[in-house]
Design a protein around this ligand. Structure first.
Ligand code: HEC
Ligand code: HEC
Length: 297
């Protein structure tokens, strides 16, 4: 009898905890999730906590607060950080990576790594990845990369894709649409001064094309893409040819041979032009890179 009673109390305690997040650890977790979903409310230009960012939400890119398959999914993050990052040339913590997105994707200022907000976001990201074994990638993490085309991506054809399939939400001038109270984006900007800057991950067209193919127009999943690969590459080339804030990257890529194939700024360790790195065709670059790796080995 006593055992049953104890089990009853234990169980009801657990149920109460999961139903209302009164427990301090759950509160922090939910705060972390909300910071990722509604970043602008807390940290945007009119943020309740501080004004640090361009007004976008992390979730605009990390869809469903980082839980959507191939929607810049964050489920493998906790298992794969700290991690060496060739961009900065050092070992990067989750906090460092989050601050990278603050400076580049949110074109803003860094968040104090000791702040309640940073800790809450990390708690949430760790919870999201709690079932992923250390060092492994989970199904659906990051984006689903597209195969390279034989030709270069074409920004002029991409403009047609934009007009037909994107501007209804993101606006004819690409600057998005703010909510009625002007505090948060109903449709986030794709370019212009409130968009991600040219140091952000989405400014590389392999990442942009992959994200858009699995997630846009809004409502798309990787299982029911609406664009052909070519349309995704072309619209990526168009959007990333439009004006946006500049980020000083002179300290990045100390080893230029580690630059990703589509890194849009020289100098490069190979002979291909800046335009070919930005728009492709990538297969000849990939071929040379592979050959030089085999030669070194
Ligand atoms: C404009 C789009 C955009 C926004 C907004 C954005 N990010 Fe990112 N973020 C990216 C891209 C692109 C990457 C690189 C992902 C990749 O290569 O898999 C990335 C990477 C990350 C990573 C590393 C993921 C991994 O597993 O390697 C973390 C953590 C992260 N972002 C957190 C955040 C947080 C927190 C915010 C909000 C404060 C935020 N990001 C806002 C686009 C964005
Ligand atoms: C039906 C409306 C709608 C259409 C059409 C649409 N989007 Fe989006 N897009 C959204 C919304 C809403 C978000 C933010 C998602 C979120 O916060 O969950 C978004 C986010 C994005 C993002 C990441 C955030 C940013 O602003 O940089 C990119 C990139 C993007 N869309 C590109 C496109 C492209 C390219 C097309 C056309 C192929 C397109 N979208 C069509 C509604 C739309």
């Amino acid at each position: 009898m006593r055992v049953r009673l104890i089990i009853f109390f234990l169980l009801s305690g657990m149920i109460a905890r999961s139903q209302n997040a009164k427990h301090p650890a759950d509160k922090e977790l939910l705060y972390g999730k909300d910071l990722i979903a509604r970043t602008a409310y807390y940290l945007g230009p009119k943020g309740k906590v501080a004004a640090l960012t361009n007004g976008m939400n992390c979730q605009n890119c990390h869809n469903d607060a980082g839980a959507k398959f191939y929607g810049l999914n964050l489920m493998a993050t906790a298992a794969t950080y700290p991690q060496y990052m060739p961009r900065t040339g050092n070992v990067m913590s989750i906090a460092g990576r989050i601050n990278g997105c603050f400076q580049r994707s949110l074109n803003g200022k860094t968040l104090d790594t000791r702040s309640r907000e940073m800790k809450a976001m990390i708690t949430y990201i760790k919870w999201l990845g709690k079932d992923v074994p250390k060092g492994q990638k989970s199904a659906g993490s990051s984006v689903l990369k597209l195969a390279y085309m034989d030709k270069a991506a074409n920004p002029i054809k991409g403009k047609t894709v934009f007009i037909q399939k994107c501007q209804v939400c993101h606006g004819a001038t690409g600057v998005g649409l703010l909510s009625a109270d002007q505090t948060v984006y109903t449709y986030p900007p794709l370019w212009g001064k409130h968009s991600y800057n040219d140091g952000a991950g989405l400014y590389r067209i392999t990442t942009f094309a992959a994200f858009v193919k699995s997630n846009m127009p809004f409502g798309t999943t990787y299982k029911n893409p609406q664009l052909t690969d070519e349309e995704a590459w072309n619209v990526a080339a168009f959007v990333n040819s439009q004006p946006r804030p500049h980020f000083d990257q002179h300290k990045d890529w100390k080893d230029i041979s580690k630059k990703p194939i589509d890194f849009p700024f020289g100098p490069y360790a190979d002979q291909f032009s800046q335009s070919q790195h930005k728009f492709g065709p990538y297969k000849p670059i990939a071929y040379i890179q592979k050959k030089s790796i085999t030669k070194k080995a």
